[in-house]
Design a protein around this ligand. Structure first.
Ligand SMILES: Cc1ncc(COP(=O)(O)O)c(C=O)c1O
Length: 467
């Protein structure tokens, strides 16, 4: 059997590396550095389960440090479960449940969807200023765990902003800050399941990501068709469902704006059946041709759970969103939020508070909105001029449109050509359960006008010659 000291050197070739690294590390940090190196070596498999580590005295001599440094490192690793130290057997690498690299689960792809905002328009300077103000002004007491409902000042700012920008009836006490609408859905689902709800209506066509998320959380999704006025409330009423998720301001993905009649019918459905409406107000701030259509919640604050986020107005990277809830749901949702993550990052919340209080979000929406309008106009005009039998709809708001190729077109082929020519295009059928006429969902927010115009020009040429 090799002597214990050569074991670590021979098996892992780590001896020299450790020595060199400890030489670089400040004196008081030797134990921490050694611990980190050994931990890494165990995690990445260089030190395998059962490997006996050198005796503390001999490793200390090899590394030119005091024995106490090695003893402290071994004790720390033992406390973390990476090694076992037994009388008479020395210190051995513990069995660690580590999947072989090839069996590792693929990490989920970051979600992509048509209609992402462009990072080029993110208001970096104003956001940085807001961060400075937030950190400078945050009282010491706020550096502990956050209120799971959200920073009280942010809830006030959000209530004011949503009242002003989206016509909500928003009491700060009903606002809960979340990590985007994605988390909001998860929390609502838990509360629904907790009260016996196992089914939910979703728009068809609608968001595939949402349906998948709900299904994974244990809720069955029942597709309800959408027409030119929004969700078919008559079909919802016949379904017997007691909860539905809708996108009234700019239906995803068709872009239909829910008609006033449908809004009233939907609210009447909720009142008559005791049903719950979840309003996903994901992209209404960018409304181009007239004032934004107010949120449904403003007409029925006790029947509607309202959800929104900064993912379209600023960036999905921030993971900041909010819910405005009927009073009876505030406590269960806040409890679910606490269970999920103890609360949203305080510094991010404080920055958004400052950003809102300074009027920066309103300004950014005005500025970015005019750039996005230019992109939308360019795209729509290019289709009209170059592919006049392709109809563009759903253009009123947001960062994507729906383009209908001629009825006899093969949707998959049209999407392939559009993508090839540089458009962020996806077949409408990808979002639909029922068969519908061919369509392409095209996101334009992250492409410059000249790029969009060039892509439609290429598509027109390509389509005529079927390249
Ligand atoms: C239909 C729909 N709802 C909601 C969102 C926002 O989700 P989140 O706030 O989790 O980023 C998106 C994002 O693009 C969306 O497409």
């Amino acid at each position: 059997m090799p002597d214990t000291n050569s074991e670590i050197v021979d098996e892992t070739n780590r001896g020299l590396l450790l020595e060199a690294s400890l030489a670089d590390s400040p004196r008081g940090q030797h134990a921490t550095t050694l611990t980190a190196h050994l931990r890494d070596a165990i995690r990445n498999g260089m030190l395998r389960t059962g490997t006996r580590l050198p005796a503390s005295r001999s490793l200390a001599a090899d590394l030119g440090v005091s024995r106490g440094v090695v003893v402290r490192a071994y004790e720390q690793l033992a406390a973390e479960g990476y090694v076992n130290s037994r009388q008479g057997r020395g210190t051995e690498v513990a069995a660690a449940p580590r999947p072989p690299a090839s069996a590792a689960a693929p990490s989920p792809r970051p979600p992509t969807n048509p209609g992402l905002p462009t990072g080029a328009l993110f208001p970096r300077t104003e956001w940085l200023r807001a961060t400075d103000r937030a950190i400078a002004g945050l009282p010491d007491s706020e550096f502990g765990y956050p209120d799971p409902a959200g920073l009280p000042r942010l809830r006030e700012e959000l209530a004011a902003y949503l009242g002003r920008a989206r016509s909500l009836i928003a009491d700060p006490g009903r606002v809960v800050v979340v990590n985007g609408f994605g988390q909001a859905v998860r929390l609502i689902t838990e509360v629904l399941i907790g009260s016996g709800g196992r089914e939910i209506g979703v728009e068809d066509p609608g968001s595939v990501g949402l349906t998948e998320q709900l299904t994974r959380a244990g809720v069955a999704c029942r597709p309800i068709p959408v027409d030119e006025e929004g969700i078919r409330v008559d079909r919802l009423a016949r379904s017997g469902l007691r909860a539905v998720i809708v996108t009234p301001a700019h239906q995803f993905p068709t872009g239909v704006v829910m008609s006033p009649e449908r809004r009233h019918a939907l609210l009447a459905w909720a009142r008559v059946t005791g049903g719950l409406i979840i309003e996903d107000d994901y992209d209404a701030e960018f409304r181009y041709d007239r004032s934004p259509v107010g949120a449904l919640q403003g007409l029925g604050p006790d029947d509607v759970i309202y959800g929104g986020s900064v993912s379209k107005t600023l960036s999905p990277a921030l993971r900041l969103g909010w819910l405005v809830l009927p009073e009876r749901l505030v406590t269960p949702v806040v409890e679910a939020k606490y269970d999920a993550d103890l609360g949203t990052n305080t510094l991010a919340q404080a920055t958004l508070t400052e950003f809102l209080a300074a009027g920066s979000l309103d300004r950014h929406i005005r500025r970015a909105g005019s750039r996005y309008r230019e992109r939308r106009d360019t795209l729509v005009s290019a289709f009209r001029a170059l592919l006049p039998d392709w109809r563009v709809t759903g253009t009123a708001a947001g960062l994507h449109v729906l383009v209908h190729p001629p009825p006899d077109a093969d949707e998959t082929e049209a999407a392939r050509l559009a993508q090839k020519c540089g458009l962020d295009a996806r077949p409408l059928s990808r979002y639909a359960v029922a068969t519908i006429r061919p369509g392409l969902v095209i996101g334009y927010g992250h492409q410059r006008p000249d790029t969009l115009a060039g892509a439609v020009r290429d598509l027109a040429e390509c389509y005529s010659s079927r390249c």
